[in-house]
Design a binder for this molecule. Structure first.
Ligand code: ZN
Length: 259
C-alpha cells in the first residue's frame, strides 16, 4: 500500500507493513530505476495507437529476482487484479487481444525467468494505464513495454501521460500494488478509494473533504493521507475557506496549487 502515517483512525491493516514483510534490505520485486517525461518518438512505431507528439512517461524498472519461486506467477495475479480493477478486462493489448491472453504470451521463449519478469513489467504497464484512465478520464491511453538485452531483467515502459502529477501518483500506486501481489498479499480496496478521491479532486481542481471519524470517513481520511504524502494534493489556505470543511487542491505539475 502507498505510504501511510500512523493515526488513530480506524483503517485496515496496511498489507505492505504486515509481518510477512521481507527484511528491509531485500529488494522489492519491482524497483524503479528512472522516470522521465517526453515525446520519445523512437517508440511511435511500437504501438500504432500512440498519439503523435503526446507527452509520454518513460519508466525504467528492474524486476527481480526474475523467476524467484517465492513470488507469485504473473498469470495468477490477473484474477485478483481484475477484481480490484474491473476495467482491466476492457484493455486492448497487442493485436486487439485481451490482457489475459497477451500476458501469457511468451516474450522470451524458453527462458522462464525472462518470461515471468516480462509479464510483471507488462502487467504493471496496464495497471498504470488503468489508474491514469480512471483519474484523468483519458479517452485513450496507450503504452508499450520493452525489455533490455542487458541486464535481462530491466524494462522501459512507455505510456501516454495526462500530466506528470497524475503519472507519478499512478506509478507509485501501481508498483506498490504489484509488489504486494507478487509477495502473496491480497489487493487492498483502499486503492479504489484513493483513485476515486484523486479523480474527484483532479476533475474539479479542488474539493471539500470531510474526513472525520465515521467508518466511511476514516477510509476517506486514509485515502487523503496517501494523496497528501505523495504530493498530489494540499490543503488550501484556511483564510480563503469560509466553510468548516477543509478544501483540498490538486498540486499542478509546476508545483502551484490549482485554483
Ligand atoms: Zn498489453
Amino acid at each position: 500500500m502507498p505510504r501511510r502515517t500512523n493515526t488513530k483512525d480506524k483503517e485496515p491493516t496496511p498489507p505492505s507493513r504486515a509481518q510477512d514483510q521481507p527484511a528491509a534490505d531485500s529488494p522489492e520485486p519491482i524497483e524503479v530505476v528512472h522516470l522521465e517525461f517526453g515525446e520519445f518518438p523512437q517508440v511511435n512505431r511500437l504501438n500504432p495507437r500512440f498519439v503523435p507528439r503526446r507527452e509520454r512517461l518513460k519508466l525504467t524498472l528492474d524486476v527481480h529476482p526474475p523467476g524467484d519461486p517465492a513470488l507469485a506467477a504473473p498469470p495468477a495475479l490477473i484474477e485478483p487484479l481484475s477484481s480490484l480493477l474491473p476495467g482491466l478486462h476492457r484493455h486492448r493489448c497487442g493485436e486487439n487481444g485481451r490482457i489475459s491472453e497477451t500476458t501469457l504470451r511468451r516474450a522470451r521463449k524458453g527462458e522462464p525467468a525472462g518470461e515471468q519478469s516480462a509479464d510483471v513489467a507488462h502487467l504493471l504497464e496496464h495497471i498504470i494505464i488503468d489508474f491514469q484512465h480512471e483519474i484523468a478520464a483519458m479517452k485513450i491511453c496507450s503504452g508499450v513495454t520493452c525489455g533490455y538485452e542487458r541486464p535481462r531483467n530491466r524494462y522501459d515502459v512507455f505510456i501516454e501521460s495526462p500530466g506528470q502529477r497524475v503519472s507519478r501518483l499512478c506509478i507509485t500506486m501501481a508498483c506498490e500494488l504489484m509488489n504486494g501481489l507478487l509477495k502473496g498479499q491480497h489487493p487492498d480496496p483502499l486503492y479504489v478509494r484513493i483513485v476515486r478521491l484523486a479523480r474527484r479532486i483532479y476533475r474539479n481542481g479542488s474539493a471539500p473533504i470531510a474526513a472525520g471519524h465515521g467508518d466511511g470517513d476514516s477510509q476517506t481520511a486514509a485515502a487523503l493521507r496517501v494523496l497528501r504524502e505523495l504530493n498530489f494534493v494540499e490543503e488550501m489556505d484556511a483564510s480563503i475557506n469560509f466553510s468548516r470543511v477543509p478544501l483540498y487542491c490538486l498540486i499542478e505539475d509546476n508545483g502551484n496549487l490549482k485554483s
